[in-house]
Design a protein around this ligand. Structure first.
Ligand code: SF4
Length: 372
């Protein structure tokens, strides 16, 4: 008999910490009152880039029971704080439906205007397609309702790959005939090592490939979310990882790539590291370098590259030096113009003038020494 004690795997230490962090908000968070369950966390409208050009985005962020992966023994992903915002208590399908219909009512005039080009986005702080979060009947009822508005040209939802079954996608296809449905998958990185051990994502690249194939077989689109700078990685390593992940996603044939520069959310591994000066959100310099070099103008004709960073310009989000060129507000403006026009020439070569060169050299020093 082998009497050697089995050592726990390295990932189990990370998961232990994640579970501890997931428990912390439970005692602190204000419990959502039941009457709030029928109101979404937010719903808003703003200009956005659709596949066919500029139009309007209507976004609905559901008050939800949040991601079942975060609520599982895994503890969820290392950078994700959505679990903090979950509705505790018995939130039902009726509550979700009320949140949805109140949003439809709020934007009724835009939705009924046939001259509008609208992308309707729904976020559940988890997976729209996960029956543990939204039961299947409700998913179909919501999509059915959206097909009644000719102004809606695109629908965007998010899901982990394991919920994107052929059976479910067939049912979606029976409902959606005119609109373009794009399903966002939080791929984060094309590296299995980083996704498993650094992000704790719980699925591998093979599963991603199969899910993308299934979605495409049903003639829906795929939006790949890529994380720029997970915890534990230096700026340089993160930059290389994102570069390679963009290349792999272009090769895979995803329709849209959305870069998410890490923002430090409460009760996450990132927030723990940041509190000990061991994590900094990425630099705009790095993001611009990657956009400029990881994809060609020709590839942008069939793969949209989006980036709408949370907390941009703030300490907890992507930022540059505060008072230097390009300043944070300049960088945000450059990024927005790039997303709108999908034109690489909008992204500046950051070392083409003396002041930028000085800042860039400071930045390189920071990458090599302080944040490595
Ligand atoms: S990133 Fe997505 S899959 Fe990971 S815990 Fe957050 S909501 Fe869940």
């Amino acid at each position: 008999m082998n009497s050697e004690k089995k050592l726990p795997s390295a990932i189990s230490y990370l998961r232990e910490e994640l579970q501890y962090l997931r428990q912390r908000p439970l005692s602190k968070q204000k419990k959502a009152k039941t009457h709030q369950f029928s109101k979404p966390v937010a719903s808003f409208s703003k200009p956005d880039r659709l596949k066919s050009g500029m139009g309007t985005e209507i976004t609905l962020i559901f008050r939800s029971r949040a991601c079942s992966w975060a609520g599982s023994a895994s503890g969820g992903c290392t950078m994700c704080g959505y679990w903090n915002d979950r509705a505790e208590g018995d939130i039902t399908a009726d509550h979700y439906w009320q949140q949805f219909t109140s949003t439809i009512e709020k934007f009724k005039s835009q939705l009924e205007d046939v001259n509008q080009k609208i992308v309707f986005k729904m976020f559940t702080s988890g997976s729209f397609c996960d029956p543990k979060e939204l039961d299947e009947k409700l998913q179909l009822k919501i999509l059915q309702k959206l097909t009644e508005f000719p102004s809606i040209k695109e629908i965007v939802i998010e899901s982990r790959p394991e919920f994107l079954t052929s059976d479910l996608l067939t049912k979606y296809r029976q409902i959606i005939s005119e609109q373009y449905l794009e399903i966002g998958i939080g791929i984060e990185s094309s590296s299995d090592y980083i996704r498993a051990n650094i992000i704790n994502k719980g699925f591998n690249w093979k599963q991603v490939i199969k899910a993308v194939e299934r979605v495409h077989t049903h003639n829906f689109g795929v939006k790949a979310y890529l994380l720029f700078k997970p915890p534990f990685l230096s700026e340089y390593t993160a930059l290389m990882d994102l570069f390679q992940s963009i290349r792999d996603c272009v090769q895979l044939g995803v329709d849209t790539i959305s870069i998410n520069p890490t923002n430090i959310q409460q009760n996450t591994i990132c927030s723990v590291l940041a509190s000990q000066n061991q994590f900094r959100s990425p630099w705009f310099y790095s993001l611009f370098w990657i956009i400029k070099h990881a994809i060609s103008q020709k590839e942008l004709e069939h793969t949209r590259l989006l980036c709408d960073p949370s907390a941009a310009g703030k300490e907890r989000g992507i930022h540059n030096f505060y008072s230097h060129h390009p300043s944070n507000s300049e960088a945000i403006d450059i990024l927005q113009r790039f997303v709108e026009h999908q034109e690489l020439s909008i992204i500046p070569e950051i070392i083409n003038d003396k002041e930028s060169l000085v800042n860039y050299n400071r930045y390189r020093t920071e990458i090599l020494y302080k944040w490595s």
